[in-house]
Design a protein around this ligand. Structure first.
Ligand SMILES: NC(=O)c1ccc[n+]([C@@H]2O[C@H](COP(=O)([O-])OP(=O)(O)OC[C@H]3O[C@@H](n4cnc5c(N)ncnc54)[C@H](OP(=O)(O)O)[C@@H]3O)[C@@H](O)[C@H]2O)c1
Length: 301
């Protein structure tokens, strides 16, 4: 079936299924200009009522299908693992039609998990805010303001998703549906693995006898300065230090101490070193020193 959904300039009524951290904020901060909350449904009625109270408009529904039918746009903001089955329920109960646009807000999944809605004729897309949402507090500022939001899905869903992002005060960028997993992996590396990397640096400094908070205060300007250099000059030109200089004696001493005192980090230091070497090699390059560095990093302990 062909989706008949098209963007127009009249008010778009939307439904929220799953009234947790993201659902409540979405309903509250999207309620302006052309968007109006129409329906709320959650596993517990209390959560749906809380979302209705926060948004100040719309109705609380006892059935997921009733809620979906109230909106032209249906946001499924349940935990990721339930999105597909909620979508299936909506299709089974004929709650979606060619005039409906269904979005989920998961970063880990693409709009393909809404395939059943697509088959039923609805438009489908995903909108992922690159933000960490805390439980909603009355009077709080919008967590969407100024952030970046990825959008993918049907062409109409991408247009609608960009409009939703703009209405929320965020910047939208479209990604191909087939790239959603790599996009999400990128966000995980940038956020979660940065924590892992900082923890690694802190652990090394704490070996000198400093407490973790003191170690962080010491490293923080270096971390912030590096981020700012990457922004200003790009990764290759922002790179400094012994690997980029081809200073294998210094790297050799690092390895000896790490192998002896914190061997659980030896493999990580070596792996990061080889990738750092790749970045250095993309710049002015030191081919001979690079060869030596590579064999040093790969040397078995
Ligand atoms: N939290 C973040 O930082 C963040 C950031 C970006 C994207 N996201 C995405 O946003 C979506 C929602 O995440 P969240 O953090 O808002 O989760 P959450 O706080 O756990 O909220 C999920 C809500 O879904 C409801 N729910 C559970 N099962 C349901 C069902 N079968 N039918 C209807 N409602 C159901 C829960 O209901 P009750 O309260 O009624 O029990 C809960 O209120 C996820 O896809 C997540 O990946 C989250």
């Amino acid at each position: 079936m062909q989706a008949l959904y098209f963007m127009n300039t009249s008010k778009r009524k939307f439904s929220v299924i799953g009234c947790g951290r993201v659902g409540i904020c979405l309903a509250t901060f999207l309620f302006k200009n052309n968007y109006e909350p129409a329906g709320f449904f959650s596993k517990s009625r209390t959560s749906a009522q809380a979302a209705r109270a926060a948004a100040g408009c719309g109705a609380v529904f006892d059935t997921v299908a009733g809620c979906a039918r109230a909106g032209d746009i249906v946001f499924i903001t349940t935990p990721d693992g339930i999105i597909e089955s909620v979508c299936e329920d909506l299709v089974q109960q004929n709650a979606l039609g060619p005039e409906t646009m269904v979005f989920h807000l998961s970063g880990a999944h693409s709009s393909q998990i809404l395939a059943r809605a697509h088959q039923a004729g609805a438009g489908v897309g995903s909108i992922h805010p690159l933000q960490s949402f805390a439980p909603y507090e009355p009077g709080q500022t919008s967590p969407f303001e100024g952030i970046n939001i990825s959008v993918e899905g049907d062409p109409d869903a991408v247009s609608q998703g960009k409009d939703i992002a703009a209405t929320l005060g965020a910047r939208a960028f479209a990604i191909p549906t087939e790239s959603k997993t790599l996009y999400h992996a990128s966000a995980v590396v940038a956020s979660n693995y940065l924590v892992t990397l900082v923890k690694f640096a802190l652990t090394l400094l704490m070996e000198t006898g400093l407490r973790e908070d003191v170690a962080f205060d010491i490293l923080s300007p270096l971390i912030q300065g590096t981020l700012s250099n990457i922004g200003a000059r790009g990764c290759t030109r922002a790179l400094t230090g012994p690997v980029a200089r081809g200073d294998h004696e210094t790297v050799s001493r690092h390895l000896a101490d790490i192998d002896e005192k914190i061997p659980e980090f030896s493999a990580l230091y070596r792996l990061l070193g080889t990738h750092t070497l790749d970045i250095a090699g993309a710049g002015d390059g030191l081919p001979e020193a690079a060869e030596q560095m590579l064999s040093l990093l790969f040397k078995q302990t």
